[in-house]
Design a protein around this ligand. Structure first.
Ligand SMILES: [Zn+2]
Length: 92
C-alpha cells in the first residue's frame, strides 16, 4: 500500500502513479515506476485533483525533497491527463 500525496488515501500500488525527481532535477511522471530515487504517489484515477491538492499543501516537493521550483504543474497535469485518457475504459 502507498499513500497519495494529494488526498492522502492509502491505496494498492497499481492504483497510483509514481512521480520522481529525474536526473535533470525536474519532477516527472514515472509510469513504469522503475526510476531510481525517491518517489511520490498520486491517484491514477483522480491524478489531476490530487496533484492540485499536493501542490497547494506542498506535499509533493516535501516527499520528493525537492524545491517547489523544479515542479512544473502544467507539464505534470498534461502527463496525468494523457495517462487518464490512455487508461479510460472504452464504452461498452
Ligand atoms: Zn489521491
Amino acid at each position: 500500500m502507498r499513500t497519495c500525496v494529494g488526498c492522502r488515501r492509502r491505496r494498492p500500488r497499481p492504483e497510483l502513479v509514481r512521480l520522481v525527481a529525474g536526473a535533470s532535477g525536474a519532477v516527472i511522471l514515472d509510469i513504469p515506476a522503475r526510476a531510481p530515487g525517491r518517489g511520490a504517489y498520486l491517484c491514477r484515477d483522480s491524478g489531476m485533483d490530487c496533484l492540485r491538492v499536493a501542490l497547494r499543501r506542498r506535499s509533493l516537493s516535501r516527499s520528493l525533497r525537492v524545491g517547489e521550483n523544479v515542479i512544473d504543474p502544467e507539464t505534470l497535469g498534461h502527463q496525468l491527463s494523457e495517462l487518464a485518457e490512455e487508461e479510460s475504459p472504452s464504452p461498452p
